[in-house]
Design a protein around this ligand. Structure first.
Ligand code: ZN
Length: 524
């Protein structure tokens, strides 16, 4: 829509499909609860991204001799990995079970590493170990144990306006409330830019700011965090980030805004905006209040593990392959898919016919989400010989989520739907040393394997790759930047089985090509 001129937009408003959408938007009724608006949907009532029956674009040029790369088999492993996160929720690993994941320092992470180690052994690799990690004594992990954000009902919003729980609310770290509960009025601040804030008094209120991610939520962090801090500095007693993403998902991102701060999912966010609008029109905006209940805990002295498998080659030079096991919520794409692809690669290179020249080290890393626990740094400290002989690192992280687009349809509450594409979301590949040889291999990926690499070469590295900083060799990061990462919307259903296979086949070819290349071509 943003490419349309005002004239075409006006024309278009008369076209039937759009007119239908308009009709679906909730109309204000003077009577009835909450200004007659459709109440927010329960968070589990609809998937963030609708996956229709049409099949994903198939894998082309399949080589039947490598059944370990069959997309369905790798996706089955992603399901197993997601299962460790589901168990974390079911068993209430963290407080009430409202927060879950594969969390380094907890059983959910250890179980995932143990599973990877078992897969390495079953693949016939003899040099396999579990290496312990102790959390740095100066670091701690903040986690919310239980919470509830309640919009307080009032007859001023229409008869029968009872309290409503905003189920998609999730506190950002390190929010706390003394005594565990607070009540405050809300004030809408839009994007909270200085031009807006000079007109608004936020003192004593919870500021409600709108966040419209253009991609990866990571890209919004600096702006959201600094604006939230500014709001607190101006006297706000809390901040709500209305995260305009598909669905009504909980999102674990953004931090340090002052206390307490919450992210609110898309559909709850739209409801809250609509209520604040209607209340303003009715002159009762000061009456819109929320009650927040919050229990949190700060964890120290946690313990975690890396799982490491080494396939010895004729040369003792080493290629390291890494995938982090930790993830928030189901984490099917961050990083269930990456870990499953790495395990498939271990199965592949463990076969005698695929034996590499160089030594391959596979690291199922405890990851980088828990402060003071870092899988890569611990690997380097525990395996100085492998580190010294490394020629390249490949970090496999978020690699096979399906792409999605805004749908032509909206939900009953007027919120636009999102629908899965028939291919994967764009994948960026960073090569830290910009080696032309490595870049050319990556350039060949889309045509040869159908992987959806973006068209731009890059030297970027991810947070997980950052843990490998002291390794002074080419570091390759393969990574999607999907908007739903770190949210409850990143579920098994949005992982592409052909996408997993494309990625595994590309990486097998890439690693085999690098394996045969002289060291100077990899690290010129
Ligand atoms: Zn990740």
């Amino acid at each position: 829509m943003r490419h349309l001129t005002a004239a075409t937009l006006l024309l278009c408003l008369t076209c039937p499909a759009l007119a239908q959408d308009e009709a679906r938007r909730p109309a204000a009724r003077r009577d009835g609860p909450w200004f007659g608006l459709a109440l927010p949907a329960s968070v589990s009532s609809a998937a963030a991204v609708k996956v229709g029956p049409r099949a994903v674009r198939p894998v082309t040029g399949v080589d039947a001799s490598s059944p370990e790369f069959a997309g369905a088999a790798i996706k089955h492993d992603v399901e197993t990995i997601v299962g460790f996160a589901r168990a974390s929720a079911r068993e209430k690993e963290i407080g009430s079970g409202q927060m879950w994941g594969r969390i380094a320092g907890f059983a959910s992470s250890d179980r995932t590493v143990a599973w990877a180690v078992e897969q390495f052994r079953r693949a016939g690799i003899s040099d396999v170990k579990t290496q312990p990690i102790a959390q740095d004594g100066k670091s701690s992990l903040w986690l919310p144990l239980s919470w509830k954000v309640t919009l307080i009902g009032d007859p001023a919003f229409g008869a029968g306006s009872n309290d409503i729980v905003l189920e998609s609310a999730l506190p950002v770290g390190p929010s706390t409330i003394q005594g565990g509960t607070m009540t405050a009025p809300l004030v809408y601040v839009g994007t909270a830019s200085p031009a807006v804030l000079r007109h608004i008094d936020v003192k004593g209120r919870i500021a409600v700011q709108l966040v419209v991610p253009q991609g990866h939520m990571l890209f919004e962090r600096a702006a959201v965090d600094s604006r939230a801090e500014e709001l607190i500095k101006r006297g706000a007693v809390g901040v709500f980030n209305l995260v305009r993403l598909p669905g009504n998902e909980l999102s674990r991102d953004f931090s340090d805004c002052g206390n307490p701060c919450f992210n609110i999912g898309g559909r709850d966010g739209l409801f809250l905006e609509s209520i604040l609008d209607r209340a303003a029109q009715a002159g009762v905006h000061d009456t819109v209040r929320v009650r927040i209940d919050l229990q949190t805990q700060t964890y120290r002295n946690l313990k975690a593990n890396n799982g490491v498998a080494v396939i010895g080659g004729a040369s003792d030079e080493v290629i390291v392959l890494n995938a982090h096991v930790d993830g928030w919520f189901d984490g099917a794409g961050d990083n269930g898919d990456g870990l499953a692809v790495m395990v498939a690669l271990a199965r592949h290179f463990a076969k005698p016919q695929n034996k590499p020249q160089r030594t391959l080290a596979f690291v199922a890393s405890a990851g980088h989400h828990t402060p003071g626990i870092n899988g890569p740094r611990s690997f380097l400290a525990a395996n100085p010989e492998l580190a010294r002989k490394a020629v390249m690192l490949v970090n496999i992280e978020h690699v096979a989520q399906r792409n999605f687009s805004p749908a032509r349809t909206t939900s009953a509450d007027g919120y636009r739907g999102a629908v899965a594409d028939s291919g994967e979301a764009p994948i960026a590949v960073g090569v830290t040393n910009n080696s032309p040889f490595l870049q050319e291999l990556i350039d060949a990926g889309p045509a040869r394997f159908g992987v959806n690499f973006i068209s731009e070469r890059s030297t970027f590295q991810s947070g997980e790759t950052g843990g490998w900083a002291s390794l002074d060799v080419a570091k390759v990061s393969v990574m999607q930047a999907p908007p739903l990462y770190h949210t409850t919307g990143e579920v098994l259903d949005v992982i592409s089985a052909p996408g997993l296979e494309r990625m595994a086949r590309f990486l097998a070819w890439f690693v085999a090509s690098v394996d045969r290349a002289p060291r100077l071509r990899i690290n010129p």
